[in-house]
Design a binder for this molecule. Structure first.
Ligand code: NOJ
Length: 564
């Protein structure tokens, strides 16, 4: 009996400390429970996507201003020129955040708004500094922690034109100067810094597919080179903070990496398992492995090296870190920001070298989706909550269980959808947040969650055609009014309960959240009418009055002439 007890205890101990085994986990069960005390709930936006005021108060031009102004680059030729007018409406937006009881707000600083030519040595735009000062101060007055991204894709255009932007290693020092200025001016109040947002996208969509600014298609080389400089720039900024500011300001510096989960099509097939592993290594590992472990993932070095050899190149298209650089880069992360939206099934697929080598063909894999997965908005975004838990556990085991802040997670709907009772978003948040809770129970060190996004905003090459917001923004109306979707109420309930207290309560949340949104639907439906009335008062009435005055003057003149 005693032996049996000891054996049972041993088995329990081993299974408690073992890594998460997803083959043994029920995918669809819901877990009722709450998050650790102090867990931080937030929402996010970025400068170019929401601020507008693209050429106001001394702001310089960014690569996104230029890219969006070129015809044919963005859906419907939309631009971020005015977007949500966040530059003017930030006080109203903080009221919305306060009402939701957010603990933190993630936003980004536009580099050209405070350094119009990109260079600290040339000109600091104090009006830009003042805008961010006021935003930060007001957040703090409302007990909302600012989480600040230094680079959410809007490089000063001058740096692109003069140096080729992230293709050039000189960006490392320019970015460091910009970051240092932000630490100097805002670091007494900002304690959470994110160097880069989603560098995968900057590299691949900016320099490989050209779908994003600066729109270059340097297949098979451009993305690797951009990523190499971004990783170096991140490390330099972390060291700058560490040496010059940490002891005074006591803040944290991390990076926000975005990745899908990749699941093998056939979990019993070794080639599929390896293909799925490659999918994640080429996505997340590309940036996370140097930052946590000092160098690129071995599988990237092997595959890109071999393919470069087959192309007859003397060296790998994947740049190399010197041993000094490796140790300088390793460990430069106080927390990992993780963005996650969706999942893919992955299978092995050979791409013979020489047939248009690219980042995508280097991986030797194919991506598949399950047609049953819900996809309410963006073409690429399928709701697959269980992938989130797997990705979080992957981070835990690969990078030594770092402190994680989820910096982006959410779902979109199409532009024409004006239904504020967004059932699909409530379902997405409920299931994804629940998988995050399960991951915390697995031992993953997640400290906060940021819903993407606070507002509908400029969704890059998709313009305003995809809406990620908790708040609907009426872009047809020049005042850009915000209307709460039902998911605002739903997220508010998750926040106030710090999770999912019990089945009875949680099951009533959707119904209760929808109750309030029908009145918002009516308000939104009346908006074109309001817009019409505004046009009448602002344009028609003054024009008619002026005409009347003119006509009366002419009439009077005639009368007087007749009398004389
Ligand atoms: C990640 C990007 O960082 C963000 O700007 C974008 O809106 C979301 N993905 C949704 O596509």
């Amino acid at each position: 009996m005693l032996q049996r007890c000891i054996l049972l205890a041993l088995v329990l101990c081993v299974s408690a400390s073992a890594d998460f085994d997803w083959t043994k986990n029920e995918r669809s069960s819901f877990y009722y429970g709450t998050f650790p005390t102090g867990f931080s709930w937030g929402a996010g936006t970025s400068a170019y996507q929401t601020e507008g005021a693209w050429n106001i108060d001394g702001k310089g031009i960014s690569i996104w201003d230029v890219f969006a102004h070129k015809k044919g680059k963005i859906f419907s030729n939309d631009t971020g020129d005015s977007s949500c007018e966040g530059y003017y409406k930030f006080k109203d937006d903080i009221t919305l955040m306060k009402d939701m009881k957010l603990n933190h707000y993630r936003f980004s600083i536009s580099w050209p708004r405070i350094l119009p030519s990109g260079l600290k040595s040339e000109h600091i735009n104090e009006k830009g500094i003042k805008y961010y000062d006021e935003l930060i101060n007001m957040l703090l007055e409302n007990k909302i922690t600012p989480v600040v991204t230094l680079y959410h894709w809007d490089l000063p255009q001058v740096l692109q034109e003069k140096y080729g932007g992230w293709q050039n290693v000189s960006m490392v020092n320019y970015f460091n100067d910009f970051a240092n200025l932000c630490f100097e001016r805002f670091g007494n109040r900002v304690k959470y810094w994110i160097t880069f947002n989603n560098p995968w996208s900057i590299a691949v969509e900016g320099f490989e597919t050209g779908e994003h600014a600066p729109g270059l298609k340097l297949k098979g080389t451009g993305a690797y080179k951009a990523a190499h400089h971004i990783i170096k720039a991140h490390a330099k900024v972390w060291h700058t903070y560490d040496v010059q500011w940490r002891s005074k300001q006591k803040g944290l510096v991390g990076i926000s990496l975005t990745a899908d989960w990749g699941e093998p099509v056939d979990i019993t097939n070794q080639r599929d398992i390896e293909a799925a592993e490659r999918y994640i290594q080429f996505y997340l590992g590309w940036f996370a492995t140097p930052i946590f472990n000092g160098d690129y993932p071995q599988v990237m070095k092997d595959y890109i090296g071999r393919k470069s050899g087959q192309q007859g190149l003397g060296a790998s298209r994947l740049p190399v870190f010197s041993s000094q650089e490796k140790s300088y880069i390793k460990g430069t992360c106080d927390f990992l920001g993780l963005g996650h939206f969706t999942t893919r099934y992955v299978t092995q697929k050979n791409y013979p070298s020489g047939l248009g080598d690219s980042y995508f063909t280097d991986r030797d894999l194919a991506e598949l989706v399950d047609p049953q997965w819900p996809d309410p908005g963006s073409e690429w975004l399928y709701s697959v909550p269980w992938g989130f838990r797997r990705l979080l556990n992957f981070v835990k085991t690969q990078y030594g269980n770092p402190m994680i802040y989820v910096t982006e997670n959410g779902v979109s709907e199409k532009m024409l959808c004006t239904d504020l009772c967004d059932n699909w978003r409530m379902q997405y948040f409920k299931d994804y947040i629940n998988e995050m809770l399960k991951a915390i129970k697995d031992g993953v060190n997640v400290k906060g969650y940021t819903a993407w996004s606070l507002l509908d905003n400029f969704e890059w090459d998709e313009g305003f055609s995809e809406r990620f917001g908790l708040y609907y923004v009426d872009f047809r109306n020049k005042n850009k009014p915000r209307y709460p979707k039902a998911s605002v109420q739903f997220y508010k309930r998750i926040i106030s309960s710090n999770g999912f207290p019990n089945q009875r309560e949680v099951e009533s949340w959707k119904r209760k959240s929808v109750e309030t949104c029908s009145s918002s639907n009516q308000l939104l439906a009346a908006d074109p009418l309001i817009g019409h009335m505004e046009m009448v008062t602002e344009i028609v009435v003054p024009t008619v009055c002026t005409l009347c005055i003119l006509l009366s003057a002419v009439f009077l003149m005639f009368l007087l002439r007749g009398r004389l």
